[in-house]
Write a protein of this length. Sequence first.
Length: 276
Amino acid sequence: MNKQEFLNELQSRIRILEEAEQQDILAEYAQHIDLRTAAGLSEEEAIRDFGDLEELAAEILEAYHVDPSRVDAPSPQPLAGVSSGLKRTAGRCRLCFHRLGGGIRGLAVRIAAGWSRFSQRLHGLRRTPTSRPADAADTGKASSRTSRLRLIRAGAARSIRRLGRLFRELARLAWNLLLLLIALPFAAAGVLAILSIGVLAVLLVQGYPLAGPLLCCLGLALCCAALVGLGTTLIWKRRSGSTSDAVPRNPGVSTPAPSHSLVPTESHNEEVSVHA
């Protein structure tokens, strides 16, 4: 047995190991054989020194904590698992395509049914004006419905206007109340400033040097008065309703009626007096 045959046989017996480990072991034994042949031995003698090849392979596998009996067991065929996986994948794909085809057919049926219903409704709407002649009863019903709708709209408009007036009044009261609350501190400060002016003026007349505080109180009173006056201009006042009441009380509309009715009365009285 030469070197290459020994390495091939050793690789077949340690094929259960990983490829990198196999290459390391084979390289190591090839190096040993080369060293012994360099020392003057032949390849057969160098290989014979390793002993029995089966025992050598068993020792190598035991060093890697591998059971040597597992090497003799037939290795599983990888193509069998691949073929079974392909069969399962093909079955699943077939089922998916079948479901997809059924869903597409159902969707097409639904679309066709919806389109037929839509076309029937559209055809019925087109026929409605020609197949129903308008008569007097329908016209009366339509007019009554129109009048009812107008009454409902008028009532709704009046309700909305009343609600708007109510909200406007509430907003006006809230605004005026807010202005009052803001103006009360300034009014109180103005009153206190005026009282302080009186007291300081009396003390100033008596000879106390209080001209500065007196001027400060005077300025404070003027500022408070100005702010209160500004607040009065911001009061939200109610609108006067005289413009709406002035229309029916127009004398130009009511005066012609009595003057027109009095003329025949006077002429009739004159005729009665002449006959008498």
